[in-house]
Structure formats: C-alpha cells, structure tokens
Design a protein around this ligand. Structure first.
Ligand code: NAD
Length: 362
C-alpha cells in the first residue's frame, strides 16, 4: 500500500514524524507492506516551489492509497496574494476537491483517563466517550446555486440529490458496522424538503444494512442530546451545515484539540487523514506538541483505507495505554502535572505496540 506523507507547516513535521513512527511499528507488528513517500504541502511547498499544492504533490496523492497530513498554514502565509495561493485555500480545499473527498469522519474520543479535561460533568463522561460524526462535505447549503447578496437581500440554496445522500449514508452505515452498529441520522425533516429527501434516502440505504440499528433525530434535539447524554450516540450522520456545527460540538466534549483525529473519504477506500487542529505556530519547533491526534488519524487510516481493524484497534489501545500510564503532553496535563514532549509520547505509544527491540531506529 502506498501512503503519501504530507507534513506541512508549523508543528506538522513534529507530529507527522510520530505518526510515521507508529505506522512503521504497526506495519512490522501486523505484517503490512507499506511504502511511505514524503511530499511538500502548504507554506513549506509555497516557499520551495511558489505554490502550496505543487503538481508533483497532487500526482503523488492521486497515485497513493491514503494520505497522512500534518497541518498547513501560519502567520507568514496569511497575507500571500492572491489568496488562492494561501495554504488552506490553495492546498487543502483543492486537494479535497480534486480527490473527491465527500465524507468527513470526526470521532470524538475521550479516554476515561482524560475525563477531567471534558467540559461536561464528571458523571457523564467518567467511563469515557467514543462517538463518530460523519459529515457530508461537498453538498448542501455551502455549494448549492444560486447564491447571491446585493447588500439588501442574500440567498443561499440548499440542494441534495439522492446519489449524494446515498453515498454518504453508505459510508456512515459501513462505519457503524465496524463500531457499535448504531446509526443516528440527523436532519430537520419537520421543516426542510432536503431533510425529507435525506431521511427517505437514508432509510432506503438502511435496507442493505439490516445489522445496523438506524434512528432519526432532529438537529436541534441532537445538539441538546450531545451535551445532555453524549454516550447514547455511536455514529451520527448528517448533512454539511449540521455536520459542521455538530462535529465541533461533539469534538469539544472531549476538551482537548490535540487528541482529535479526522478522516476525509471518497469513493472506495481512498482517504486523507489529519488531526483536527491546525499548525499551532505558537508552539512549533519546541517539541511539545501533542502527537496523539495524528497517531489516532493513523489508526483511522489503518481502519478505513487499509481495512485493517486489528491494526487500528492496536494503535488505539496503545494510545489509551500511554494515557493510563499517566503520560501527558502539556496541552492535556492538569495544572502542576508533569508533562512529556512530542517524541516521548510517540515513543511511549510505539513501545506499547511492539517490544523495545522491534522499534525502528532512525
Ligand atoms: P491551531 O489548531 O493551530 O491552534 C489552536 C491552539 O491549540 C494553539 O494554542 C495551539 O498551540 C494549540 N494546539 C493545536 N494543536 C495542538 C497540539 N497537537 N498539541 C498541543 N497544542 C495544540 O489553530 P490556529 O492557531 O487558529 O491556527 C494556526 C494555523 O493553522 C493557521 O494558519 C490556520 O489557518 C491553520 N489551520 C490549519 C488547519 C489544517 O491544516 N487542517 C486547520 C486549522 C487551522
């Protein structure tokens, strides 16, 4: 399997180095044949080539089975003209578009060891939290035409078609099948026509997944239930706008940006995997960034693109093990609690995946 490794900017190279370390250990442990190839993206690519997504990077991505991305951007690049050459606009968005990545998967995972970091009452999260939001990424209100704004009247249009809903529903059902086999489809079917089509189409797709229990929930109720009792959810699937809001709400229940992975999937098993956070220029180069969001993104890569649930579960168990041992990077340490650096956290996870003798040495 070919993996494109795009470290990017800021803390990107530091956290991706730990993700790659874990990929190498898990490849050995689970007998995976992986070819990892580095390429530039974002500000680093702009500095070297004059474009944040050089053609050779795009070509490598197209030729790969999966992409592991760090983060792009930073103050140095915020004012590049034209704006289409800025890292997020010129690299991330086109990359997702060129590769047809229509499904965004954002798990909100809170290990019991970190329950204190959540903004929710301890009794709601003391057993941890593990839910997945599947957001439709390329349709709905963000892309529908016509759009207009003449200064006195503005229009956005929400459009969904049966094929668009079917393909995201299939991703969600397949994800639910690999997890707790419960899918909650979120819409606003009491008001919106697109939601009525959404609901009918999800129920049509559900006929192919008899082993997955499907329920419907209105989006306003879902926003409330997420903070009332988040443990009731396994997988949530929803359209672009609702997913944008609910995935942020769910993510923040875990209280720590440095822990949150994501996957963006297209048709088939191809996917792009990256932490939810940005390039954290305020801590870049200091060796203190939390690599766990990237390492958990590696677990998602193993699960969704390589179809190796065993390897994905092993990585997630090793992350949980490192946290159980009390290891904390600065962002997740309680006040006064000692913390470890990026590399030490990566080493601890790697050591839990493989005996010391098996660790790859650079
Ligand atoms: P950010 O996520 O980079 O940082 C927000 C805060 O969280 C900072 O204090 C940072 O130090 C901390 N943080 C983030 N990741 C961390 C980690 N792994 N470990 C410890 N602490 C961590 O968001 P921002 O500061 O708004 O953006 C910085 C740059 O990143 C901007 O240029 C922005 O455009 C870009 N960005 C890129 C992506 C992406 O590549 N997908 C996403 C969001 C932002």
């Amino acid at each position: 399997m070919k993996i494109a490794v795009l470290a990017g900017d800021g803390i990107g190279p530091e956290i991706v180095a730990e993700g790659v370390k874990i990929l190498k250990v898990v490849a050995e442990r689970c007998d995976l044949d992986l070819t990892l190839t580095d390429a530039r993206i974002g500000g680093a690519a702009y500095d070297a080539t004059g474009h944040p997504l050089p053609p050779e990077t795009l070509a490598l991505c197209r030729d790969s089975d999966a992409i592991l991305l760090g983060a792009v951007g930073g103050p140095k690049y915020d004012t590049i003209e034209p704006p289409d050459l800025r890292p997020e606009r010129g690299a991330l968005l086109p990359l997702r578009k060129h590769l047809g990545l229509f499904a965004n998967l954002r798990p909100a995972i809170l290990s019991p060891a970190l329950a204190g970091a959540s903004s929710l009452r301890a009794d709601l999260v003391e057993k941890g939290l593990d839910l997945l939001v599947v957001r439709e990424l390329t349709g709905g209100l963000y892309f529908g035409q016509p759009k207009s704004n003449d200064g006195t009247r503005a229009v956005d249009t929400c459009v969904y078609t049966v094929p668009e809903i079917t393909r995201i529903a299939q991703v969600a059902f397949q994800a639910a099948r690999k997890r707790g086999k419960r899918l909650c489809s979120v819409d606003k079917a009491n008001v919106l026509e697109t939601s009525r089509l959404w609901r009918a189409t999800v129920h049509e797709v559900a006929k192919e997944y008899g082993d997955v229990e499907v329920t419907d929930m209105l989006v306003d109720n879902c926003a409330m239930q997420l903070v009332r009792d988040p443990r009731q959810f396994d997988v949530i699937v929803t359209e672009n706008l609702f997913g944008d809001i609910l995935s942020d709400e769910a993510a923040m229940l875990t209280g720590s940006l440095g822990m949150l992975p994501s996957a963006s999937l297209g048709q088939g098993t191809f996917g792009l995997y990256e932490p939810c956070h940005g390039s954290a220029p305020d801590i870049a180069g200091r060796g203190i960034a939390n690599p766990l969001a990237t390492i958990l993104s590696v677990a998602m890569l193993l699960r969704y693109s390589l179809q190796r649930e065993d390897a994905a579960a092993a990585v997630e168990a090793a992350v949980a093990g490192a946290l159980e041992q009390g290891l904390r990077t600065a962002d997740i340490a309680a006040p006064g609690e000692p913390s470890v650096g990026t590399m030490a956290m990566g080493d601890a996870v790697a050591a839990l995946l493989a005996p010391d003798d098996d660790l790859p040495r650079d």
